[in-house]
Design a protein. Sequence first.
Length: 466
Amino acid sequence: MSTVNGGISYWYANEGIPAPREPLPGDATADVCIVGGGYTGLWTAYYLKKAVPFLNITVLEGKFCGYGASGRNGGWLYNGIAGRDRYAKLHGHDAAVRLQQAMNDTVTEVITTAAAENIDADIHHGGVLEVAYTPAQLARLKHFHATEIAFGEKERVFRGARETADRIRVTGAVGSTWTPHGARLHPVKLLKGLAAAVESLGVTIHESTPVTEIKPKHAVTPYGTVRAPYILRCTEGFTAGLKGQRRAWLPMNSSMIVTDPLPQRVWDTIGWDGRETLGDMAHAYMYAQRTADDRIALGGRGVPYRYGSRAAHINDTARTRPATIEALREILIRFFPTTAGVPIAHAWSGVLGVPRDWCSTVTLDRSTGIGWAGGYVGSGVATANLAARTLRDLIQQDSGQGGPTDLTTLPWVNHKVRKWEPEPFRWLGVQGMYAAYRTADRREASGRTTETDPLARAADRIAGRH
């Protein structure tokens, strides 16, 4: 059987494209207009409507809900948040610890809310296991483990080679770190259930309604303009397509493959009975899950960035280069050699939003009523939920319906970051960065050093990640 390449994602092939919702019929008004029908936009609509039931909330989506990263991701609901270390430098360690605790709690929040709304999203609360299989990776893993504990993760567990193999038999794994603050899920099942819950609350969703420009109190589309006191930009990797936003967040490409269901004899060689989400400590890292129907879904970087921030092209086709599919297959077989004969059922790609300083942010400009959240750098499944609850609190505070809360005082709120460089410097920088990371991974794979390769350290500095 040949590999399906493109077509949004395996998750949509498995679950089916939803019936289309009507586009915006013309000019309209609302109390809150949310641009983007992914996790951030739908969670924000959900929590706002729950908090203030009389609000008139409209969601505008360019294609259909979950067309972007929310329908293409690896199904990692976990407590990672982009930019925590930087926030610790800017606002102090304690502020960053509060942010981390909020992310830990967010994993439980999504799980309990999905259950309360009867959303069956194949959620399995098995935690997150991240492995090392070179001496340099092991050194980074130990540092990472110690750092997470310093930021309040007392439940985190370090495992040696034998203990790691008892959980998942990754070939050559010399150690791992595990946190309970993570779960595997089916991204589209969560998305569809959330959209249905939002509509049942009385929120209006218009699909096939691309927003071309956001102005104070105006969301402009080809079919009309929605006027509202609050306009919330929840567009993540598509942000560069809005007028004036091309250099705000870089649309970074990520690609995935999913296998056919694995026979039990193969699972007997792998283990993975706990169904943890699985990652590694490589610079060009991978991410994987064991799906509810016993496939392995695995992702990583392919072509990292398209010249001129062309996110739409990647998402329209979702096709993945054969070389990238083969590279991901090689990672799969390198981790689990007994999967060598297992067919790859589906491959796809999508984009995620990356700010210049790699820090996720939530903002409400009180002078204009324009708010936004995103820049999740691949950690959006959980972070979008925390961002949505924070936007809810910021709007309630601004409108006089509430005061400051624990969420509105977190250090990522109203964080400002400079724009990305113009082309061709943007393209050259990203291509060079990932070339350096891949070269560093190859050098470290030789096993001759326990030190992180200097090329990777240089790439981190140039990228603004440290």
